[in-house]
Design a protein around this ligand. Structure first.
Ligand SMILES: Cc1cc2nc3c(=O)[nH]c(=O)nc-3n(C[C@H](O)[C@H](O)[C@H](O)COP(=O)(O)O)c2cc1C
Length: 209
């Protein structure tokens, strides 16, 4: 597919057919995702591809339970409304043929060691540097999604389920210092929404000459 068509055709898809994701295709997608840039070429990404429907159901229940816990005590009507949206946006992955959990290894450089001697914690240093591990994961996730589009798969990036991050990490056996960053739901689109309109470039670009 033409690169511009890949960019234009990619939309977030939340309804998939039952068709499974072929494991050779999955390997190709991960190989292509790993062509993304990474901070200091750390390649700090890891992926877990989950197609087991019982496990997906457990994961989705954990997310719903966490939102219930978080919203306990809020006004009943508002809670019902919020929960409706949350169910759609944070747990629809339960019905997708595959979910790819995207995991970051910690990024540590020489600067960390030096800065820690001045009393800063690694969290503070990471914040100063604008979270290079998260940015690296974003690059890989977007590359994965475009690679998927290119071979006829649709995707949706999800951070909504991360409210239950620690519970999900436990069930997926992701151990500290690795950290779960996002899910990508993937499959063949049952219904592909039309692309959302983008704001004009003039509104978003400032050129300093
Ligand atoms: C960092 C990030 C997190 C997102 N999290 C969710 C999510 O939890 N659930 C969901 O349904 N969509 C999620 N999305 C998809 C966005 O809603 C979607 O990209 C946006 O509405 C634009 O639509 P498009 O992808 O079709 O162009 C996320 C997207 C990004 C980039």
């Amino acid at each position: 597919m033409e690169f511009t068509d890949v960019l234009k055709n990619r939309v977030s898809v939340r309804k998939f057919t039952n068709e499974k994701v072929d494991e050779n295709n999955l390997r190709l997608l991960i190989e292509q995702a790993m062509l993304a840039p990474s901070v200091a070429n750390s390649q700090l990404w890891k992926f877990i591809a989950i197609s087991n429907s019982d496990l997906l159901a457990r994961m989705s229940e954990m997310v719903i339970a966490k939102y219930d816990e978080l919203l306990e005590g809020s006004q009943a009507e508002m809670k019902a409304r919020i929960l409706e949206r949350i169910k759609l946006f944070s747990s629809f992955f339960v019905d997708s043929p595959m979910v790819i959990a995207c995991i970051s290894e910690p990024y540590e450089s020489v600067i960390d060691e030096l800065a820690q001697q001045t009393g800063y914690s690694s969290e503070e240093i990471n914040q100063f540097r604008n979270h290079p591990n998260i940015q690296t994961m974003g690059a890989a996730i977007q590359t994965l999604m475009l690679a998927a589009e290119n071979i006829g798969y649709s995707t949706c990036w999800l951070t909504g389920p991360m409210v239950a991050k620690s519970e999900l990490e436990e069930v997926l056996e992701i151990h500290h210092p690795d950290s779960l960053i996002a899910f990508v739901a993937i499959g063949k689109a049952a219904a592909k929404p039309s692309p959302k309109e983008r704001k004009p470039v003039e509104e978003k670009l400032r050129i300093i000459r």
